[in-house]
Ligand binder design. Structure first.
Ligand code: NAI
Length: 320
């Protein structure tokens, strides 16, 4: 039997853990020895109302299975209160799974300021507030694991979800930078992109597909990403139906739109070179902002060298 991955002594916050994916994460961590803060505001799917019952019922389930858990009913926008619950109850915090979420789907022209702000508050500000409150503990103990939850709606777009897509892609940028800032302190941040049956997807996904999309098939991927033996950092992991895969942004080799330094670049140069600009056959991922910038500097260097070569050729031609 391979050694079981355990979380004994670890304290985990799972936001929005009263239902759906969060509940599956909390139950799995609870069954592997971790102490869990089961956070859930207990509101409606669109961010309306609140109730303590969903968080309470998951805490009860974890305890009935022999695990340790405490409920927290604060909104993630007050994430420091969730971290306070972890510290007051269990004395530490090791893992934050930012999972809480709502939907306010409208076609773009109909999105109100409230639809926009609520979505950004819960998804983006919620992850910011909760993770930031845990960060000093992570830094001090030189250990932390952070999960943020994105969506295919962000990665690929989806009709009626401009507010949600923007927030979910915002979380990818957020995670990219936390992965860099936390790396030297053994704080790793990754993005999970789930597809699962829940109240958020019950009227969106076809029923036959829906029943196969069990949140329990995604929870093990999140658990592994949060384990101390896992060195993954700054990755986007898609998961569904027991499948998981890594997702990257890639960039084409591109094309220089001018021949020499003294050339201007015109809209016609962009048009005439567009096939080369968008040719993805040699596309690759840049591992860092430095690598992305270096390649552009290389293009500039080459152009400068070509220009000075052209200049000295011209001088030679003129002299002889
Ligand atoms: P769910 O509706 O079953 O669970 C979300 C939970 O978050 C609910 O229990 C809700 O009460 C809680 N919550 C909402 N606002 C909160 C707040 N301000 N503070 C604390 N708790 C709050 O939904 P599901 O599907 O489990 O979603 C979990 C996460 O996964 C969300 O971030 C969602 O956007 C994301 N997601 C889900 C997908 C799916 O296929 N189910 C696809 C892509 C992303």
């Amino acid at each position: 039997m391979p050694e079981e991955l355990r979380f004994d002594g670890r304290v985990v916050i799972v936001t929005g853990a009263g239902a759906g994916l969060g509940r599956a994460y909390a139950l799995l961590f609870g069954s592997r020895g971790a102490s869990i803060v089961v956070n859930d505001l207990g509101g409606g799917r669109h961010g309306d109302g609140s109730s303590s019952s969903v968080a309470d019922s998951v805490v009860k389930e974890i305890r009935q299975n022999g695990g340790k858990a405490v409920a927290n009913y604060d909104s993630v926008v007050e994430g420091h209160k969730i971290v306070d619950t972890a510290i007051k109850t269990f004395g530490r915090i090791d893992i934050v799974v930012n999972n809480a979420g709502i939907l306010r789907d409208k076609s773009f022209a109909k999105i109100s300021d409230q639809d926009w702000d609520l979505i950004h508050n819960v998804h983006v500000k919620g992850a910011f507030k909760t993770t930031q409150a845990a960060w000093p503990y992570f830094k001090k103990q030189k250990y932390g694991r952070v999960i943020v939850t994105s969506s295919n709606s962000g990665l690929y777009g989806n009709f009626g979800q401009a507010n949600y897509s923007a927030a979910k892609m915002g979380l990818v940028g957020f995670a990219n930078t936390l992965a860099i800032e936390g790396n030297s302190s053994n704080i790793y941040t990754n993005v999970i992109v789930p597809t699962a049956a829940s109240r958020l997807t019950e009227d969106i996904l076809p029923p036959d597909f829906f029943k196969e999309l069990k949140p329990e098939l995604i929870a093990p991927v999140v658990a592994w990403l949060c384990h101390e033996n896992c060195s993954e950092n700054g990755s986007i992991i898609e998961a569904a139906v027991g499948w998981a895969g890594k997702c990257h942004l890639i960039r084409s080799a591109g094309c220089n739109l001018r021949k020499k330094m003294s050339d201007a670049v015109t809209p016609e140069d962009a048009r005439d070179n567009w096939a080369a600009v968008t040719d993805m056959t040699k596309a690759k991922r840049c591992e860092s902002i430095q690598e992305a910038s270096m390649e552009v500097f290389e293009v500039l260097k080459e152009l400068q060298e070509n220009s000075s070569q052209q200049k000295s050729d011209a001088v030679l031609k003129h002299t002889y």
